[in-house]
Design a protein around this ligand. Sequence first.
Ligand code: ZN
Length: 440
Amino acid sequence: MHSILKSPLGKELYEKYAKNLPIIDYHNHLCVEDILSDRVFENITQLWIAVDPYKHRAMRILGVPEHYITGSATDFEKFEKWYGCLPRLAGNPLYDWSCMEFQALFDMALEPFTAPAVQVYGQVNEKLKNLSAKKILARFNIAYSAPCATLTDDLSVFDGLEGICPSLRGDTVVAADEKFLQQLGQITDLAAFWQAVEKRIVAFTQVGCRFADHALDHGFAYVAEDGKNEGRFCKILAGETLPGEEKLALESHILRGLGSLYAKHGMTMQLHIGAKRTTSTRLRKVAGPVGGYAGIGSCVDVGALTNLLDDIERAGGLPKTILFTLNPADNAVMSILSGSYSADGVESIVTQGPAWWWCDHAQGMRQMLDHMSVYSVLSTFIGMTTDSRSLLSFVRHDYFRQILCQWIAEKVEGGYLPQNEEILGDLITRMCYTNAKTYI
Ligand SMILES: [Zn+2]
């Protein structure tokens, strides 16, 4: 893979200040059961390819039949196809990540791809026999990792998992239906709903949860309080389906209320903005809801977003809020909002998150750094998170750290940042670790 750290100063800063910092990964989708049972993966396909929609997407772009992606081909055949695709992916972050993952975990270089697939498969599977989920995680110096859990999930799975705490996936609460309400408990009205929700939020915080997240997808809209949500809620309780506008009003009510509860209980609200999850109906049927075929949505309705934040703020104060955008055209919009809700004595109550999902590559990270430095305050950046299902994805923190140090070195060499190691070291340490630490 190409060298990210081209500048000697970038290399020096990375080695001295970034490389060995612990990792705080405040939003991911790791399988907690795999960690709890300390799963030993039977082969590299199970660990590396089966759970990774990014790879599935790339294989489909290259015309690989679904049989070899999510179909009934053998694990070796699936590996062989993916391995065969890799040389054609140079320039895509999957290429860089794959090379880094093999190096970090197996001490093996994938490049120049001259080794036959069957040989690589055999060698790696041999090494995997001595690795387990916990041993893989132990390679990455992780201080805090936050896999998603829904409000009604059993939290006892997190008992005894040092440094692994749930991140509350709030979308099922916002889209509460009769089934969800039954899981939540004896809910008779809106007041009982909020009581039950708060009780669960407290239970989450007691096992170390500090983050919640919500998807504000393409077409996100918002309705202010109109005093009619008790009636709408009772209809849901009775098993009725609300028409579009009514549903939106109740969902807005719940999102607002959750924002206030997050503020009350010291949790950070992450808003993932701008995914277009429904594209091909055919692929959705084949690959499920997260099959790697999602697109980037249109730019966010800024009015809807600012009204939501304003209403939560007016109701008693905003929680710490991280705005992630999938649409790079919204980078400036997200950065600038960090100055729109500033609260007394609180650093960066609203902030832009790292380059997210399809934007999680060198170009996307650099764009985010460019925008955050001019529209906001770069040194308040919360740092990288993987948002990944794969145990190997923690190499992306190293990827980010290298890109950051190279970017900083270029700014110094261009005269935009001071040639003062103390200031640069402090900036890097904050952006890779200490800022995120203040959130947990
Ligand atoms: Zn996520």
